[in-house]
Design a protein around this ligand. Structure first.
Ligand code: SF4
Ligand code: MG
Length: 281
């Protein structure tokens, strides 16, 4: 571990006091520093963020990053990985960002097993635009766009990702910091598509601190290589009911990831053929 604070920029932090994004920032900073001491230099890592409160994380780290469009972190991250397969590419996205507009990209990235890490700051609300419901808001949620209460049930994103073929599926909580650090590190080191759904406190528009504190527990991961176990664990809480909420690595398996190097060669070959043809005309 180094105590290198040059990793954090001097940009003014504008997250609200008590926001769970601070915990995510702290955890990822710790992991980047730890990975450096283990031989992965920070210039071999790229952060990609979307649009929303979470996205400011790209402003706060002195590291290669790409502040992308709403819902489009994954296509950008995929492009970066294809161009340079040696990089560790880490996407940060919000739940409104990733599970609404960006959902098709998420499903297909999991299906392709592209070797990137996706961290969702899941505060179950659109925070930056002051509290509208998202795909993981609970039934009855009252916000700016649903003053009489939400009439939809949330998506169980863990189940969805298991069904899509993700090879690393996990959930963290911003008030379980050592656990969050460990999950982030394992997700980044995983070969293939890794997803971390982080229950992130939005202190201003949907403060679930007490509610989560009473329910969240760290699950036993000894059977996380078993798909059936993962499905059962995913069903223990559906993002809506009052059950206890397991956090941890639900599923991890090895599967060939999208062979970036091979595809890169195919792209280079296609460029070469086109150049030869253009010159011969
Ligand atoms: Fe954090 Fe919510 Fe404030 Fe956004 S609105 S910075 S998510 S507490
Ligand atoms: Mg959100």
């Amino acid at each position: 571990m180094t105590s290198d604070d040059a990793l954090v920029t001097s940009a003014q932090n504008t997250w609200c006091p008590g926001c769970g994004n601070f915990a995510i920032q702290h955890a990822i900073k710790f992991v980047i520093q730890e990975l450096e001491t283990e031989g992965i230099p920070r210039d071999h890592m790229v952060l990609v963020s979307g649009i929303g409160c979470h996205a400011k994380i790209a402003d706060y780290f002195q590291i290669n990053s790409f502040y992308s469009l709403h819902g489009r972190t994954i296509p950008v991250a995929t492009g970066i990985k294809m161009a340079n397969p040696d990089l560790k590419v880490i996407c940060f996205a919000g739940d409104g960002d990733l599970y609404a507009e960006g959902l098709d990209h998420l499903i297909h990235a999991a299906k392709r097993n592209i070797d990137i890490t996706v961290i969702c700051h899941n505060n179950r609300v659109y925070g930056l635009t002051t509290g509208q419901y998202t795909p993981t808001s609970p039934y009855g949620y009252r916000g700016k766009s649903t003053p009489a209460g939400l009439h939809e049930y949330p998506i169980n994103i863990i189940e969805l990702l298991l069904g899509a073929g993700a090879t690393f599926v996990s959930r963290g909580y911003t008030r379980h910091l050592p656990h969050l650090k460990r999950i982030f590190k394992e997700a980044i080191l995983h070969q293939g598509f890794a997803h971390v759904d982080v229950l992130q406190i939005c202190a201003t528009y949907f403060n679930l601190t007490t509610w989560y504190d009473e329910r969240v527990y760290e699950t036993n991961e000894s059977n996380s290589t078993l798909f059936e176990f993962a499905c059962r664990t995913a069903n223990l809480w559906n993002y809506n009911d009052d059950s206890k909420i397991p956090i941890g690595i639900f599923f991890q398996t090895k599967k060939p990831s999208l062979p970036e190097k091979k595809i890169r060669k195919e792209v280079d070959r296609a460029h070469l053929i086109r150049t030869i043809l253009e010159r011969s005309i």
